[in-house]
Design a protein around this ligand. Sequence first.
Ligand code: ADP
Length: 619
Amino acid sequence: MSKKASNKGSVTKRALRLYHSYNPKYFPLFFLQTLFRNAAPDFNLWMSAEVVTALYEGRAERELYLLAAVTVAGNFLLNIAGAVLKRVVDTQLEVLQYNEAAAFNRKTLSLDYDKLENPEIRRHRRKIVENSWINDYGVKFLRWRVEELINQVVNILFSLALFSEMAVIIGQAPIKWMELLIFAAIVASMALNIRFQSRSARMSAEEAQGIGEMALEENRLYFPLSGMDSRIYSQSKLKSRLREELRERHRRVFSRAANTFIRGHIPVVFFGKLSELSTYMIVCLYCVTGVFPVGSVIKYVGYLERIKGSIGSLFSLNRHMKENEPFLQTYLDYFDINNDMYQGSLAVEKRSDKKFDIEFRNVSFKYAGQKEYALKNINLKVKVGERLAVVGMNGSGKTTFIKLLCRLYDPAGGEICMNDFNVRKYDYRQYLSLFSVVFQDYTLLSLPLGNNVASAAEWDTVKAERLLEEVGFGERYAQMPGGLETPLYKKFDQDGVNVSGGEAQKIALARALYKDAPFIILDEPTAALDPIAEAEIYSRFDEIVGDKTAIYISHRLSSCRFCDKIAVFDKGEIVQLGTHEELLSDVGGKYYELWNAQAQYYTEKQPQGGETAVSGAFG
Ligand code: ADP
């Protein structure tokens, strides 16, 4: 745990300040609602005492009717006000929860990409979500405790206001040893009740964990029975054998549960009831000796019990708050993660000739938590207007190369330069604006097609329609009922249209072209297509790209044959660089080996090596 966790009190305070900022109206309104909610039973308690006393004293009928009318009217008004306030508080709670989720997502989205992907930070994020959803710990737990605190404080305020009347009467009466003894019994039994409550809560929490683990073990043992082996080998017959294994563990958990009940719960009930009995005794004693009016028995016992209940709750509240502190610390630590990626300040030149040359100089890179370098000593130049293909087996470092180029990560060694300046020096946002990338795991949003293509609130209809046509989406577009206004998917709109994986890829391609950035990069966006369809899209795309610099990534060599330069990646290194013809002429090279291994997929003829084997694929 971090150093900050040792400062326990401030953890809760800091978390509360942050949580309160999500909707500063919530807790004050909750307080107001609680005032009204508590007023109703007190009002009734007070009125019923008045009615009993009036009956006992044989007051006039009119006075009794008046008391009844006041009771009904008061209840009516308090209930209406309570209902209105409840509605308001519920709405404000929605706002609070929405803002809390939004703040968490905003923090996640604002993280540097390397932090977003960092396994440790991912685990941290998952822990917060799990704490909240599985155990209810964290800020949700904090809210419940604050609500409880408000409840108890209001309760004590009300009870004290009413109790003062009783205290004045008691203060005037001479106090004898009997009364003193009963008061001492009340305090002692209350203290013991609180003490045992805390022990019982601890035992119950342990027991709950045991039962939770029991359910998990049950799942672990039975889940494999739903698999294929289970059907083939009728493994369900082994169920009873598995159950035997579990029985012993269950027995231990249940005996602990029984023990918890006996040792934990019974003393709580015993001292609770002893304290209640003492309360009745003291009130009755005062009534018998004529200190209290008879009608006040219910009222005074009610007040005393409530004050005692609230004091007990405040103690357990404090315990719960402490219990929650490590979880709040985890939450706060996430918000404390700082971005440290250098943002740069050098303005990116606005060049109509798109003359941006890129150079990788001895670049190496390793992902956080990994032993192996994903890229090793990469040296490569990409000139304006060039078509570069990056090919290689899965896991050879192609995507990492692109991520570094787009500064999603910074190199661990070497440097990446644009027009001879280290890319770190350029203003980060301006630098990013130079790239249009279609990543393998691109995302389209549940918004109208036009928004998706333009990646903006407004779009140029002529340009968007032309690009959709060019990437081969024309036919499907013609069927879209609202044209560019048609919402994608049905998440927000029942009239939305679902698009297939291939169609979504085409929309993603159109989006990349719409951005009109000097660099266009396709990172296997067509992986779901067959090799021939991919090759067609790549060669068609080459025409559309025009004078932009284009980088194509594929593990299928045939797709990128037409490129000016092909970089062959293998285990994080560039092992060959040249044109298709040059690379293929090196019969001992990786490219030749891969080409021959893949050629059979692109032609009906048997692989023979060389172009003839694949010529049919591009016809
Ligand atoms: P390719 O694009 O050629 O399939 P990648 O660049 O995705 O290869 O991966 C290169 C190496 O880096 C692989 O060994 C892969 O397992 C590893 N790698 C990729 N992404 C991550 C990541 N986010 N965290 C850790 N390792 C990664």
